[in-house]
Design a protein around this ligand. Structure first.
Ligand code: PEP
Ligand code: MG
Length: 980
């Protein structure tokens, strides 16, 4: 959520200020001559008038955008930014750069001169805000200190200057409170306790109703608290306040909240934060002052217009904390039409300049508007698609830019199901739909419990009056978030949107009673902790119990789009053409919600652009005809991986057991002969579903013991049978028929014993590194030949039936070209045999997976026996890192992520430095050996947005992923081609 500050008036009550004291916006934009940095010294401080928006890495997003607004001549209070590099040095060495103090002094002196006022001194003391600002927005995750410069003495000058005693003491108690908590580590709850006590004593319903005397007393109490808990007196030297506040902002980069947020958002840990130091302007100087936040479009729906919240006579943190309820900006038009008009003008300038939705924080000080922050605003996934198309229509961006404005992650979110409104009960309440999506879970009233319950595997909805940054752990753990206060710009709303978690906020009809762990509805109904509720972050509705879900309209669109494409016409052109037939917008359907039509149309349009510009093909990992058909509807251009092991399970398991137990060549051949037609039918189904498109069939990969009963289970079964039979033998002859029962039991027993012997024989300590993949093909005679034969015969059948089968045969787990040569020779012979027998020409490319480091390192040689490579990045990651893929993610990855060993699991997103380097090396060597070598990837990474862009960069031909991820991969492939 935005860190707003309540600031401004440079000279609030002086009707004829000295020119230097009240710079015009234009003057504010004029560059303040930067103090010379000293020979060869690296500069750590830049005036707002010196930078621009492209410098977020150095100045942080906030500093860079303040500089940009200053350049544009917008009314920004003057100030300067301390760079992220200074923060990095501080974090690395534990001390600020040696030259930082001097640079700050020089910039502060220049600021003081410009304002005609001195920090915390004189008749009109200058106050500053000290705010964090990383290169990537981390709203509310780091610290801010406002009103720096106020002391026991300057508070009186401020009161006289503003002509407002209450204002001055309120500002002072806020400073001590923020400084105490942020800089000196005093528990913020202790300040809150004293504040509520003061409110009760003064019969004040809100802080705003506290009189000056009460605030003065509070300032005193707060100072005592700081002395007792912060182990030092609140500093009375303004410059010391400033330096300590800057250091606290640096330190807040390493705060728990910030680290958790970075992990969630995959923001690197070593960026550091910049610090902006800005002359304060004040929104709490009376009814003609106030503060607010605004978006140039609705961040939830993309609706054009200006959208936001305003709070009269308040400082910024009041808006964010939801302490008082804000009013919509339309109300500002009534309260202060001139400022409202000026805000509209400025937001239009910003949107045209940034060519995107912007959000701003502003303060009005006695009728004068000041801009405190802007940035390209966060938005929901739906809004991202709609806004990209709107900007495209408005001519502000081109098609490629439009593609860069949406992400595969956002598209994935749009594919989630939504509530079936027909089946929903009457809602308990309706709040603001702040972050879309349907969430069902147990109501939980505090973050710690939410995190605990989620850890234990329960779905929870975090219910709070409002959230604060301390709730981050609970918000991350929750399926959905519900608050009774705050608007679309509240902390809950902004953070939930960022995380893609459904959120309803401002459900004011609900009274949330966290202390007693329950909420009460307007009608007096009670929901207690643990009871299931459903929240709809799109419509804002909250229901008791579990509401059934239905597919999203975007998901339905993809299903329809594929059907319209027709079974035989899939492919890139069809994928982009089909949706027109599917009538984007028609898909909104009843109950899909306002704007669903526009959303579907936007998705359709951007997918069309992606399909047109992408170079990577997208295939699917599918091993049933049904999955293949779905993948095709979603725009897959073939199957990149049909795993055949699934074809050996279920009813066919006994056949596989027989194969393994076969004692003679004849027995083994007989089983393979029985398996052949079953396999052929599997492949025929796949070729039919993917007619005209390639289907890569991977020969059997897993170790054979996976098809046999578990060793322990079987051992127990055999042992129990043995014990029972011993018992029977003891009582033999006691009853008729015992002998018969014993005969059947003997046969079963003998079978189990044989099976147990086989399981023991095949048992491996490290089966993933054992007899699997190509090794099976070389060791179990006839197995691969049977599979190849089934592929060839299925292809021949389809071709003779008028279809266009395009099979490819893929060999798993190859480590050396020799393995591939051996299997290839046998496969070619088998295919040739089928072709002869059926009287047709069959050309079936034979390729290999690259999933062992050795294969990657010798790819040039391997390529001599391969028509294609498909990178099996699951096994490649496993073998490059030496991580057992079945164990480590649940085992110790949480600790690795926590300690920053990596930002994301390498099984989820390709490890570019390690696994990625091998992929790149092997791709290059393979192509060098064989120019027409086709290159693809079929590990899980094939559907991961970041990884897809990597595969584009290294020049692969296609990615293959699960059917549901095909749309995401198509979009990301397009984005990669568009330079994302
Ligand atoms: C791989 O290893 O990346 C792969 C696709 O094969 P599997 O996951 O079946 O081992
Ligand atoms: Mg593999």
């Amino acid at each position: 959520m935005p860190e707003t500050q309540t600031t401004p008036s440079l000279t609030p009550h002086d009707p004829s200020p000295a020119p230097a004291a009240a710079p015009s916006p234009a003057a504010a934009g004029a560059a303040l001559a930067a103090p010379p940095p000293g020979p060869a010294a690296v500069r750590h401080v830049f005036d707002f008038a010196e930078g621009h928006r492209e410098q977020a890495a150095l100045l942080g997003g906030k500093g860079a955008n303040l500089a940009e607004m200053t350049r544009l001549g917008l009314p920004v209070p003057p100030g300067f930014t301390i760079t992220t590099a200074a923060c990095r040095e501080y974090l690395r060495t534990g001390a600020e750069p040696a030259t930082l103090g001097g640079e700050v002094s020089a910039h502060l002196a220049a600021l003081e001169e410009r304002m005609g006022r001195r920090l915390g001194r004189g008749a009109a003391p200058l106050l500053v805000s000290v705010r964090s600002g990383a290169a990537v927005s981390m709203p509310g995750m780091m610290e801010t200190v406002l009103n720096v410069g106020l002391t026991d003495s300057s508070v009186h000058s401020l009161a006289a200057w503003a002509g407002d005693e209450r204002f001055a003491w309120d500002s002072y108690r806020r400073l001590i409170q923020m400084f105490g908590a942020t800089v000196l580590g005093v528990d913020s709850g202790l300040f809150e306790e004293r504040l509520s006590r003061a409110r009760r004593a003064a019969h004040a319903p809100t802080d705003a109703a506290l009189p000056a005397a009460a605030l003065r007393d509070l300032a005193g109490e707060f100072q005592e608290l700081v002395r007792a808990e912060g182990r030092r007196a609140f500093p009375q030297e303004p410059r010391e306040q400033l330096d300590l506040a800057v250091r606290a902002v640096f330190d807040s980069w390493q705060g728990e909240r910030a680290r958790l947020y970075r992990r969630q958002e995959r923001i690197p840990d070593d960026l550091g934060t910049a610090v902006t130091v800005c002359a304060m302007v004040f929104g709490n100087l009376g009814p003609d002052s106030g503060t607010g936040v605004a978006f140039t479009r609705d961040p939830a729906t993309g609706q054009r217009g200006i959208y936001g919240d305003y709070l009269q006579n308040a400082q910024g943190e009041d808006v964010v904390a939801g302490v008082r309820n804000t009013v919509p900006l339309s109300e500002l038009a009534r309260l202060d039409p001139a400022s409202h008009a000026e805000l509209r003008r400025i937001t239009a300038v910003l949107e045209n300049h940034y060519r995107d939705l912007c959000d701003v924080e502003f303060t009005i000080e006695r009728g004068r508007l000041w801009m405190l922050q802007t940035r390209v605003g966060k938005r929901t996934a739906a809004a991202a698609f709609r806004i990209a198309c709107q900007l495209l229509d408005e001519g502000l961006i081109d098609e490629r830019e439009a593609l860069r404005r949406v992400t595969g992650g956002q598209l994935a979110r749009l594919l989630f199901p939504r509530f079936d409104e027909e089946a929903a009960p009457a809602p308990l309440a309706r709040g603001i739909g702040a972050s879309p999506g349907a969430a069902v879970g147990a109501a939980v009233f505090d973050s710690a419990t939410a995190a605990q319950w989620a850890e234990a595997g329960r779905a929870v909805i975090l219910v709070r009056r409002e959230t604060s940054p301390d709730d981050l752990g609970g918000m991350l753990a929750a399926r959905g978030i519900l608050t009774s206060r705050g608007g679309k710009t509240s902390h809950a709303a902004v953070v939930a949107r960022g995380m893609g978690t459904p959120c309803v906020c401002g459900a004011e009809a609900l009274e949330v009673d966290a202390a007693n762990r329950r909420l009460t509805t307007a009608g007096g109904g009670v929901v207690r902790e643990g009871e299931v509720i459903s929240v709809d972050g799109g419509t804002g509705r909250v229901y008791r119990g579990e509401v059934p879900v239905v597919p999203s309209e975007v998901m339905e669109y993809f299903e329809r789009a594929g059907q319209a494409a027709g079974a035989g016409s899939a492919g890139r052109a069809a994928a982009s053409r089909a949706p027109q037939a599917a009538a984007p917008g028609a898909g909104a359907g009843a109950g899909a919600g306002a704007g669903a039509g526009e959303l579907v149309a936007a998705v359709h349009r951007l997918m069309g652009i992606a399909d047109r510009v992408r170079r990577l093909d997208v295939r699917a990992n599918a091993d049933t005809a049904q999955d293949a058909a779905r993948a095709r509807r979603f725009g897959a251009r073939g199957i990149g991986l049909a795993r055949t092991e699934h074809m050996f399970l279920g009813e066919r398991r006994p056949l596989v057991e027989r194969l393994i137990l076969a004692e003679t060549e004849a027995e083994r051949r007989e089983v393979l002969r029985e398996l052949l037609p079953l396999q052929r039918a599997d492949f025929t189904g796949l070729f039919e579903a993917m007619d005209g498109l390639p289907v890569t069939v991977r020969l059997l990969d897993p170790p054979l013991h996976e098809f046999l009963p578990d060793l322990t289970d079987l051992s127990v079964r055999v042992a129990l049978r043995g014990a029972r039979e011993a018992g029977h033998a003891g009582s033999a002859g006691e009853g008729a028929g015992a002998g018969d029962a014993g005969g059947a039991g003997d046969a079963a027993g003998r079978a189990d014993a044989r099976l147990l012997a086989a399981v023991r024989r095949l048992h491996e300590q490290n089966p993933m590194l054992g007899l699997r993949g190509v090794r099976l093909g070389l060791v179990v005679p006839g197995l691969f030949a049977m599979q190849v034969r089934a592929v060839a015969e299925a292809a021949a059948d389809r071709a003779l039936a008028g279809g266009t089968p395009l099979p490819e045969i893929m060999i798993p787990l190859v480590g050396t070209v020799r393995e591939l040569e051996l299997v290839r020779a046998e496969a070619e012979e088998t295919v040739a045999g089928v072709a002869r027998a059926r009287g047709l020409a069959l050309r079936i490319p034979i390729g290999t997976m690259i999933e062992l480091p050795r294969a990657a390192l010798t790819a040039g040689r391997v390529a001599t026996a391969a028509d294609f490579f498909s990178f099996g990045t699951n096994d490649l990651t496993q073998t490059v890192w030496g991580f057992s893929r079945d164990d480590v993610e649940a085992g110790f990855f949480a600790t690795y992520l926590e300690k920053g060993v990596f930002q994301v699991s390498p099984f989820e997103t390709i490890d570019v430095e390690g696994v990625g380097a091998l992929v790149e090396t092997a791709a290059r060597a393979g192509r060098a050996a064989r120019g027409d070598l086709k290159l693809g990837v079929c590990g899980e990474h094939g559907g991961d947005p970041d990884s897809v862009r990597f595969f584009h960069r290294v020049g692969l031909d296609y990615v293959s992923c699960s059917p549901f991820r095909v749309p995401v991969a198509r979009l990301e492939a397009g984005r990669a081609a568009a330079g994302a």
